[in-house]
Write a protein that binds this ligand. Structure first.
Ligand SMILES: Nc1ncnc2c1ncn2[C@@H]1O[C@H](COP(=O)(O)OP(=O)(O)O)[C@@H](O)[C@H]1O
Ligand SMILES: [Mg+2]
Length: 320
């Protein structure tokens, strides 16, 4: 077996398409049994990163290893030893759940003698018992997703890539899906997951936030939230839109953003609160509640992106 310290290790991983850079000098690593979350808006470069790590496309420059295999030289070894599941997983609708599992087990080279037992294990592990003889086309989205995961791990891969695997699934099913992922990580499987859903990011040991091809932040969810400078105030008001435009102009306020019906105001420190209250009073904005809250990963992400845009802006000015 191949010796390795980290299941995934990248070194300035870069991919361009023509003169467009989709992934720009990305560096991170995933220790064995850890869940690494790659977050970022559409087009950030998440899927391109995964495709390079799975050996599907080659990097333009930089290096990476997966399970100790080099992504350029050993792509076929990587493909055999990883699991991969995306939003558009392909299950055969005309087959039953068991038949799909049997099909994927044979594709992934699960030994004939072990196949029956492995399929029974997968059915139990993924909670598909009772549905195993249903035609796949009659399964709901959430059950199909569980079946797809079971198919993707038929060969017990030590590394699993999940690319938007929970997209379009209801919150309860997403939670149950993550319970399965957690169990797998507990048994030593390393996982790289991309997601839009910030609540899912909380399940990850480490988060990489991607924006325009670059990794703009890399840390645990708590470290990211604790690292946000200043404090965050949540305000309940009958007119959040007006409150937002008033708050933005108060000295010491670094950002004001609507979160549903509430307003989140980021500020340098607590000393800014009286000025904010005074500004609301002057503008005759009623607020029922004001409390200091822990920032969410969404707040962190917005702050990282703004910081990056400011930096890029000042670089451009410097170029002139
Ligand atoms: N084969 C390709 N040819 C040209 N551009 C591509 C190709 N694949 C991806 N891109 C571009 O690279 C950028 C990153 O895409 P992608 O990695 O799919 O982002 P994400 O998964 O974060 O949404 C996008 O602007 C996308 O249009
Ligand atoms: Mg993608």
């Amino acid at each position: 077996m191949n010796a390795y310290i980290n299941t995934v290790q990248t070194n300035d991983l870069t991919r361009t398409f023509g003169d467009f850079t989709a992934v720009n000098k990305v560096n991170f690593y995933i220790p064995k049994g850890e869940i690494f979350g790659l977050l970022g808006p559409n087009g950030a470069g998440k899927t391109t990163t995964i495709r390079m790590l799975c050996g599907i496309i080659a990097p333009t420059s930089g290096e990476a290893s997966v399970l100790g295999f080099n992504i350029k030289k050993d792509a076929s070894d990587i493909k055999k030893n990883i699991g991969y599941m995306s939003q558009r997983f392909s299950l055969y609708d005309d087959l039953t759940a068991t038949e799909n599992l049997s099909f994927y087990s044979s594709i992934y080279g699960v030994h004939n003698g072990d196949r029956k037992k492995r399929i029974q294990n997968l059915i139990d592990q993924s909670g598909l018992r009772g549905y195993e003889n249903e035609l796949t086309r009659s399964l709901s989205g959430a059950w199909r997703q569980r079946l797809a995961l079971a198919c993707a791990i038929a060969h017990k891969p030590p590394m699993l890539f999940l690319d938007e695997a929970t997209a379009g699934v209801d919150p309860v099913s997403r939670r149950e899906f993550w319970d399965l992922i957690y169990e797998m990580a507990g048994e030593g499987t390393s996982i790289l997951a991309t997601t839009h859903y910030m609540d899912e990011a909380e399940y990850c040991n480490t988060i990489g936030m991607m924006y325009e091809g670059e990794l703009v932040a890399l840390a645990s969810p708590d470290t990211l939230k604790d690292g946000l400078p200043g404090i965050l105030l949540q305000v309940s008001t009958s007119d959040p839109l007006a409150a937002e435009s008033v708050a933005e102009k108060v000295a010491g306020v670094t950002d004001a953003a609507l979160h549903g019906v509430r307003l989140h105001v980021a500020m340098r420190n607590e000393n800014v609160i009286p000025a904010l209250k005074a500004a609301f009073q002057q503008a005759q904005i009623q607020f029922s509640d004001m409390e200091i809250i822990q920032p969410s990963l969404e707040d962190v992400f917005i702050s990282m992106v703004e910081e990056r845009l400011q930096k890029n802006g000042s670089q451009k000015k410097g170029e002139r």
